[in-house]
Write a protein that binds this ligand. Structure first.
Ligand code: ADP
Length: 607
């Protein structure tokens, strides 16, 4: 028998557990019971697919006992058990699902309270109440049993031991009472019963203390909504989905007909740490008449609702369903459709009846809905467009497209938007002044996916979306347009010369859409300046916006331009470059020659 050390991040976690200031030490029991129940689930599932394992369903149980004299609590199950390697792999490192995130947050120096709840530290939480743990386990297909022992930070050992039956038996040597914590309270039947009732009532196997089954064993999703307390839903959610916060919304669904199923779903308050990365796996746990078939059945959720967590239980789903046959399964498809409309309806209701909560939801998961609008060539845009919210310049808050259109003044023809890095930056763009004057609302877009989503929708309630920072934006009258065109034609030579000097723009022209500012940079065509930035950030995508430099026709700089164009070409050249640079800075476009430009500005000032 040799002593082994825990992997380094496990050691840190253990350290946190042993010296934990986390007050809710009670959760250790729930974690161990949940592991025991998983182990029995695995055994049942294995016996379904491999007929050589015979399982007596009636005998499946989790037993809990305690010994006041020895200061021990023992949790034993007759589940699948672990072999030597699994014992080493599983209990020598922290819960695999959480380990990456855990490492990251340790590096960032998070407080231990968050970590404990957030990543479902599982088995190790027992070290909050025990200073020594022994695990005796025998795998179902093995004739050898093993004993894992650890007193915490100094490592663990694994040796062969005697155990006749399959399953796992975990003995906790409870810590001595201290002034702050009375650990001995756990060595009490009533206390243990209370914890089981509170956290583990729905566990599907009997949890037995002194020959008495403590839990009702009815899964929460099979109970009537009115018989379940909010606390029960919350506890279930936090335990099952490793969240340390209550869910934002609980969705229950019981459907009979084309598809018969019961679902219990949750919308989390915060996005999981990996939500917006490719590591995130969407899906609902799928049960067939109470037997877990798949932990994350991705077919049950469309990508745009990937934030939903939950469980679906249906007698229509065959037990032998596999990843391969899943896609062809008619019942899964019907259930998925029904679930999708249920989630959509719940979100619509929330938007209508509880706007504040919806906004909270949208701030966290809105990007995903917007992505859903744009994804798949806009195939789902009609389904999702009414769930979107954008920042409104006049409301100074999030609004829906419907709300925007309903409050449009009669003379307003289009829906206006402008995108940029922040609300403040967009609000200070020269082109926005004219909208403010007219008291037209403008949607300020700060999420990279916003403009792509609006482009996919293309129009709402018969109103076109117009980018206020593009050439398409023009509020002037026919007369004003004609006058402007004439002025542009009259100065065509000069403006073309400016275009050649700058090189980076497709056009230079006068405009009447600026109030006090001299110049602005705009896009013409389908790709906006902000979209160009998104493409650049994604790397190797040489997609550029057509840029147009617009000069305020009434600004005094125009006289100066005309004069130098005639009399001093060198000066004209400098002015042109400076004007372009100023417009580019305001538009947030990268300047490639800052030194040259700053020298030019000094030259002009020093004159
Ligand atoms: P998690 O349950 O989140 O994976 P834990 O640290 O609680 O993390 O457990 C680690 C692993 O140890 C489990 O995934 C499981 O494979 C194994 N394990 C824990 N308890 C048992 C048990 N009672 N029976 C069989 N395997 C277990």
């Amino acid at each position: 028998m040799s002593k082994k050390m825990f992997k380094s991040e496990s050691k840190k976690l253990l350290n946190l557990m042993i010296h934990s200031i986390y007050t809710n030490k009670d959760i250790f029991l729930r974690e161990l019971i949940s592991n025991a129940s998983d182990a029995i689930d695995k055994l049942v599932f294995t016996s379904l697919t491999d007929k050589s394992f015979k399982v007596n369903k009636k005998s499946l149980a989790i037993n809990i006992s305690f010994d006041k004299d020895k200061n021990t609590i023992t949790i034993s199950d007759n589940g699948i058990g672990m072999n030597e390697k699994e014992l080493d792999d599983n209990l020598g490192t922290i819960a695999k699902s959480g380990s990456e995130a855990f490492k990251e947050s340790l590096d960032k120096g998070s407080k231990n309270i968050d970590i404990i709840g957030q990543f479902g530290v599982g088995f190790y939480s027992a070290f909050m109440v025990a200073d020594k743990i022994e695990v005796r386990t025998k795998k179902i297909d093995s004739d050898k049993a093993y004993l894992w022992k650890s007193s915490g930070e100094d490592g663990y050992s694994v040796e062969e031991c005697d155990k006749d039956t399959n399953g796992t038996e975990i003995t906790l040597f409870i810590k001595k009472d201290t002034e702050e914590v009375k650990y001995s309270e756990y060595l009490d039947e009533n206390k243990l019963k209370e914890l089981i009732k509170k956290y583990s009532d729905y566990i599907r196997y009997p949890i037995i203390i002194n020959n008495e089954t403590i839990n009702t064993m009815i899964p929460l999703w099979k109970k009537n909504k009115k018989d379940v307390t909010e606390e029960e839903y919350t506890n279930f959610y936090m335990d099952r989905f490793n969240d340390y916060e209550k869910p934002l919304k609980v969705i229950t669904s019981s459907v009979e007909g084309d598809a018969t199923y019961k679902a219990l779903m949750f919308i989390p308050k915060k996005a999981p740490f990996d939500y917006y990365s490719k590591d995130y796996e969407k899906g609902l746990a799928l049960y067939s008449s109470g037997v877990l078939i798949m932990d994350k059945c991705s077919e049950l959720l469309p990508d745009y609702f990937s934030f939903v967590k939950g469980i679906v239980d249906s007698e229509d789903v065959p037990l032998n369903l596999s990843r391969e046959t899943l896609q062809k399964s008619y019942s899964v498809r019907v259930i998925a459709k029904s679930i999708e409309s249920k989630i959509k309806k719940e979100l619509e209701d929330m938007l209508k009846n509880d706007k504040e909560t919806y906004k909270e939801f949208f701030k966290v998961f809105g990007s995903n809905l917007k992505y859903g609008v744009y994804d798949n060539f806009g195939a789902n845009k009609d389904k999702l467009k009414d769930l979107l919210m954008f920042y409104s310049s006049t409301n100074k808050d999030l609004i829906t497209l419907d709300e925007y259109v309903k409050k449009m003044p009669e003379d307003q023809e289009n829906i206006y938007y402008a995108s940029g890095e922040s609300i403040e930056k967009i609000d200070s763009m020269p082109q926005i002044d004219i909208l403010k004057d007219k008291k037209y609302d403008c949607l300020y877009l700060t999420d990279y996916v916003d403009e792509f989503a609006l482009t996919a929708i293309s129009e709402y309630s018969g109103k076109k979306f117009i980018n206020a920072l593009s050439n398409n934006f023009d509020l002037s009258s026919k007369e004003e347009k004609d006058t402007l065109e004439k002025e542009n034609n009259d100065s065509k030579e000069m403006l073309d010369e400016m275009k050649n000097i700058i090189g980076d723009v497709s056009e230079v022209k006068f405009t009447n859409k600026l109030k006090d500012h001299a110049v602005c940079l705009e896009s013409s065509g389908d790709i906006s300046i902000e979209m160009e930035k998104v493409f650049k950030a994604m790397g190797n995508m040489p997609i550029n916006a057509n840029k147009v430099l617009e000069i305020n026709k009434d600004h005094k700089i125009v006289d100066k331009l005309k004069e130098t164009y005639k009399s001093n070409k060198e000066e004209f050249n400098k002015l042109t470059k400076i004007l372009y640079t100023e417009a580019a800075i305001v538009a947030g476009v990268n300047i490639t020659n800052p030194t040259e430009i700053s020298d030019l500005i000094i030259d002009v000032i020093a004159k």
